[in-house]
Design a protein around this ligand. Sequence first.
Ligand SMILES: [Fe+2]
Ligand SMILES: [Fe+2]
Length: 171
Amino acid sequence: MLNKKMQDAFNEQINWEIFSGYLYLSMAAQFADAGMPGGQSWMTVQYKEELVHAQMMFDYVLERGGRVTLGAIAKPQAKWKDGLAMFKEALAHEEKVTARIHDLASLALELKDHATYNFLQWYIAEQVEEEATASDMVQKFTMAGEHPAGLYQLDKELAARTFMASSVTTW
Ligand SMILES: [Fe+2]
Ligand SMILES: [Fe+2]
């Protein structure tokens, strides 16, 4: 059975994953407002992936005989200066999530909960990708600057990303 400390930490992280999704959904709205459907679509995919991250933890807590308790989701920021500002915040946010996932893994080791440590390896690898992707986007938006042609091209590139539950997890 899942240790109470581990269970509480998962419950907090479930909230963070859903908040991450909420933050990206807010960015999707901002991209829509800016007339960038590619950015809107990209952020919507990101939103869905975060919900899957939360769902996988939810399922894991239950599988280990724990109790899921949901808290309030914080209100995300609603406006950013531009796409670059959004991806800079996405990167900073993902860095915080990475630190939290590492704390969860450290707690699992401390509790000698190797099953949970193993479960968290997927998230540790996922965070490496999340940070690399956000950082790549910061670079691309920095290059595009305020050039309409560059931003138009970049928006088309963002539109190509699709959501596949199977790419998020092993279900
Ligand atoms: Fe996540
Ligand atoms: Fe994420």
